[in-house]
Design a protein around this ligand. Structure first.
Ligand code: ADP
Length: 261
């Protein structure tokens, strides 16, 4: 009978631990939600004042009567406020994606046009960095996606590829069908990412050591947003080292069903 009471006692202990664990999970969920709300609130409140700083610093830069030194000071204010604005926009975007408050509105799209436009809009940036940009798209690439959000994905991958590739390098965008999916590759010959850092790439605020050593600026939020958008489409994104140096980002998205299928 001591056996029976012992078993009974252990059972009670297990139940107590289980209940405790459930309370902890509940508490963590609540904290997580509060964190999201706080981030959204703070970002929202920061948006307008930062926008005003940016606007007035731009007006000062446009005014011609600044001397060299003052122009330099205002230039710093302008660049720093631009960086803050980007950070706040990214945080807001992430908070909304987290809360499921960004409605993804997928529809049948021609990927060919969307990619061409995105690449063309990034050409000046690429030329400034003395990079060549190549595009190789299969014909009739139909993708089931939200045009605004997909454009955001392409913009982020293209501007990263350009930012992280030194002069003389190249950026190549290719896309093709693979089963029921469309696969988009954005490859560059840039600074790359150390092998052991790949697993962290899509987490918030992460910046690879190569990017930091190269002295580039960034928030480490772009890829987290990009992944959230791709995931919301039921797709996937991965990064792999490019043979010969550089990085390849691969996005998979659902294709539009073939006509008549
Ligand atoms: P950000 O560019 O603002 O730092 P991202 O979230 O877009 O943030 O990217 C996270 C990190 O991933 C970057 O800081 C950089 O270290 C790395 N990364 C992204 N794209 C590339 C690329 N094309 N080549 C090399 N590193 C990259």
């Amino acid at each position: 009978s001591t056996d029976v009471t012992e078993r009974h006692r252990m059972q009670e202990e297990r139940e107590r631990l289980l209940a405790e664990e459930q309370r902890q999970v509940q508490r963590l969920r609540e904290l997580d939600r509060m964190k999201d709300e706080l981030v959204a609130l703070v970002s929202h409140e920061l948006r307008n004042p930062i926008g005003a700083i940016r606007g007035y610093s731009e007006m000062l830069l446009d005014a011609s009567d600044l001397d060299e030194e003052h122009r330099m000071f205002v230039g710093v204010i302008d660049r720093m406020s631009a960086h803050l604005q980007q950070l706040v926009d990214d945080l807001l975007d992430l908070a909304r994606l987290d809360a499921g408050r960004i409605a993804i509105d997928p529809r049948p799209l021609s990927l060919t046009r969307l990619v061409r436009q995105a690449v063309d809009d990034h050409r000046p940036e690429a030329e400034a960095g003395k990079l060549t940009v190549e595009v190789d798209l299969a014909r009739h690439l139909g993708v089931h996606a939200d045009p605004v959000r997909l454009r955001q994905v392409l913009d982020n991958l293209l501007s990263n590829a350009i930012k992280y590739t030194p002069e003389g390098g190249s950026v190549t965008v290719t896309a093709h069908h693979d089963g029921g999916e469309v696969v988009i590759d954005v490859a560059d010959t840039g600074i790359g990412i150390p092998a052991e850092q790949y697993p962290k790439l899509f987490t918030r605020f992460f910046r690879a050591s190569t990017a930091q050593e190269a002295g580039t600026k960034g928030t480490g939020l772009g890829l987290a947003i990009t992944r959230a958008i791709v995931d919301a489409h039921g797709g996937g994104i991965t990064a792999t080292p490019r043979e010969g140096g550089g990085t390849v980002f691969t996005v998979r998205l659902p294709a539009t069903p073939a006509a008549g299928a």
